[in-house]
Design a protein around this ligand. Structure first.
Ligand code: AVI
Length: 308
């Protein structure tokens, strides 16, 4: 039978053949990867999630006061919808749309939301945020609030994050809002500890991407042959994750293969960290204005609410 590669297969192979090789971080989130990420969010070193939840809890009523009643809440990268559940202790939306690449995971999150708020009209949407965002029919065109928590915006490079914010802006009218959670620049020791946890859950999360890629393209990566590496790149203000070959190794897939020398890496993730200035500039470039900012007591993390 002739070999007929899909566009996804071609794009994964193209990234694996680069120098250095890379894997798009969206491939972290198969079901096992999503479960590992959920474990990461509860690790003592990974301060991002609990800090964001603390800010949401402390300032949720102020957010409610600013956005008003009867809104449609649209969460991007919703995962298990934990952040929207926390937000809904303070705001009372009429519609809830949860968008994520991990279909099973987001459907389960939406089921939990429905059981907690039986009168809330809920939708789960499986979609890749790198593509245009389409909302389900019936979502009112006004009083929308796009909620993008977890500093997931930091997983896009500056050009792509601006483009994603522009796509968010396109979903919104002049009276609508973007609520964005971002991780801030801080002491590199704190950052590096968050991505090199003692239990090794982040290492498992990083290596799991190879198992997912094996399933998607029929490659033969052996995760045990790869070492998890994470460090802060101060020039680009970002945490970087890589997988480094422990010894010379050849990885094959239908129609091709690549040799990796010992110590050669595959770049799997960037996680950009912002200052309030870089963040507000990015929001302004994407068309947002009048940004309210709430932070935790250490000023490690910011939640911003911007008018479209
Ligand atoms: C989802 N995203 C914001 C996480 C981050 O911190 O960049 C993914 C992650 N990577 C390693 N640990 C967590």
């Amino acid at each position: 039978m002739p070999f007929d590669p899909t566009p996804e297969f071609m794009s994964i192979i193209c990234d694996l053949n680069r120098n250095p090789a890379r894997i798009d971080p969206k491939y972290f989130y198969d079901d096992h990867g999503s479960a590992l990420f959920e474990q990461i969010t509860r690790l003592p070193e990974y301060y991002l999630t609990r800090t964001e939840l603390t800010i949401l809890d402390k300032y949720g009523s102020q957010i409610n006061h600013v956005i008003g009643q009867g809104v449609s809440l649209i969460e991007l990268g919703a995962g298990n919808c934990e952040k929207s559940r926390a937000l809904c202790k303070h705001i009372r939306p009429v519609h809830f749309v949860a968008i994520d690449v991990a279909e099973e995971f987001v459907s389960e999150g939406v089921r939990r939301m429905e059981s907690l708020h039986p009168r809330l009209v809920c939708h789960a949407v499986a979609a890749d945020l790198a593509k245009p965002i389409e909302l389900p029919a019936g979502i009112p065109s006004s009083k929308r609030i796009v909620f993008y928590p977890g500093s997931s915006i930091g997983n896009f490079d500056p050009k792509s994050s601006r483009a994603l914010l522009e796509r968010c802006h396109a979903l919104l009218g002049a009276e609508d809002w973007l609520l964005l959670g971002v991780d801030l620049v801080k002491d590199p020791e704190i950052l590096e500890a968050a991505y090199n946890d003692k239990k090794g859950v982040t290492a498992q999360f990083n290596k799991n991407v190879l198992i997912h890629i094996n399933r998607l393209i029929g490659s033969d990566f052996d995760p045990d042959q790869w070492r998890h590496v994470a460090f802060y790149n101060a020039v680009d203000s970002r945490m970087e994750m890589h997988l480094e070959a422990k010894s010379d190794t050849v990885v094959s897939w239908p129609s091709g293969k690549r040799k990796f020398h010992m110590g050669e890496g595959i770049h799997t993730e960037n996680s950009y960290k912002f200052t309030l200035k870089t963040l507000k500039d990015r929001l302004r470039q994407a068309g947002f204005q009048h940004t309210n900012v709430w932070m935790d007591e250490h000023q490690w993390y910011a939640l911003t609410l911007s008018r479209a």
